[in-house]
Design a protein around this ligand. Structure first.
Ligand code: H2U
Ligand code: ZN
Length: 356
């Protein structure tokens, strides 16, 4: 490692500020070459329909209900909801050190397609667009309930990210209170707006897509959205999808913008799958303004992809040890991850293999 007294972000450990959350992350580019004898992630294939799948059309769910013979998207109330619409109303005894409050909410499951074997990215564009429309409908309907103040749409893809079933689906949790990550982003966006009289993500997008900025973290863009490996990315191939128009909620997207979301999802997931020539696991989700009646003008809708893979289809990044006890840390730089995702093909079946 050369040491001429100048910090080289491709070689030297340094920390970066996540402008959206206000938290610092540690970047250790020199660690990527260390030997690995750890666990390997199994890959899986799936049939077109599975009689034992609780999400396939016509099949029984755990609560004894039978799914309809749906042909597009299908949403239902989660049979094992993490939140209840009407928990007991009387307050829980709380003290300064032992504090608890009741929390109301609704948990939904949304199937993307009747096909058990597809992934979001393998669906045709009109099908993906229907998923975007279903997200908008669910968000608008749940957000209009007077006791719901935040709607979180998220997909866990792959068993290593906790998906319980390969059938393409996502979850939607609607809360009475604003969850931690959304609250942090709310505070930071509000602070930026108060200090600069502009939107944090509008400014960030302008920076990352401008020629003067070098576009080194930009992967691709379409008319409505840009896909970036954020400067402060924690996961090796983390991406941020930012809309070019300042919109706070997913349901406020226009028809062409919804098509653009579908286009981004198809192209980005193809690049991910081609990166290591394997189905790329991830957690993804949309962050949108709370729906508590306030305007939240500082809020800029965006989506995060948090994929765990690091070096190959079977070697993942673990957020353990230092990450759990101190702060997030990454091994390859966001810029080199962006370079590799830019080089990955958007054509399915034409992977650009290789480990880090
Ligand atoms: P995940 O794969 O991200 O865990 O989502 C699947 C959800 O489906 C999960 O939250 C629910 C689980 O509670 N589920 C039902 O609602 N009904 C069932 O019959 C089984 C699973
Ligand atoms: Zn299924």
């Amino acid at each position: 490692m050369p040491d001429d007294g100048v910090l080289d972000s491709t070689q030297h450990p340094h920390r970066r500020l996540n402008a959206l959350t206000g938290e610092w992350i540690l970047v250790s580019p020199h660690r990527a070459s260390r030997p690995w004898l750890g666990g390997h992630t199994p890959l899986s294939g799936a049939p077109k329909s599975d009689p034992n799948c609780y999400l396939c059309p016509g099949n029984l769910r755990a609560n004894g209900e039978r799914n309809p013979a749906y042909t597009g998207t299908f949403a239902f109330d989660n049979d094992f909801p993490a939140l209840l619409a009407d928990p007991p109303a009387h307050p829980i005894h709380s003290t300064t050190l032992l504090r608890a409050e009741s929390e109301r909410g609704i948990c939904r499951v949304l199937c993307f397609s009747p096909r058990h074997d597809l992934t979001l990215g393998h669906m045709e564009l009109p099908g993906i667009r229907s998923v975007v429309d279903a997200w908008c409908e669910e968000s608008a309907r749940l957000g209009a309930l007077n006791y719901i103040h935040s709607v979180q749409i998220f997909e866990n893809r792959g068993s290593i990210m906790g998906a319980s079933n390969p059938h393409p689906h996502c979850q939607i949790w609607a809360n009475q209170t604003v969850p931690n990550e959304v609250a942090k982003e709310s505070a930071r966006q509000l602070q930026y707006r108060e200090e600069h009289h502009r939107c944090l993500l509008c400014d960030y997008l302008a920076l990352e897509t401008s020629l003067e900025g070098g576009r080194e973290r930009l992967i691709f863009e379409n008319a409505g959205f840009a896909v970036i490996v954020p400067f402060w990315a924690v996961w090796p191939f983390e991406t941020l999808i930012v809309g070019k128009r300042h919109v706070g909620a997913i349901e406020d997207l226009t028809a062409p913008e919804r098509d653009d979301v579908a286009d981004v999802l198809k192209r980005l997931t193809a690049r991910y799958d081609n990166l290591f020539n394997a189905p790329f696991p991830y957690t993804m989700g949309f962050h949108q303004r709370p729906c508590d009646g306030a305007e939240h003008e500082a809020w800029h809708l965006h989506a995060h992809f948090y994929p765990p893979l690091l070096r190959s289809a079977t070697v993942r990044k673990f957020m353990v040890g230092y990450e759990m006890l101190a702060m997030p840390q990454r091994d390859i730089t966001p810029e080199s991850a962006a370079e590799r995702l830019r080089a990955a093909s958007e054509v399915r079946g034409s992977g650009s293999a290789g480990g880090v």
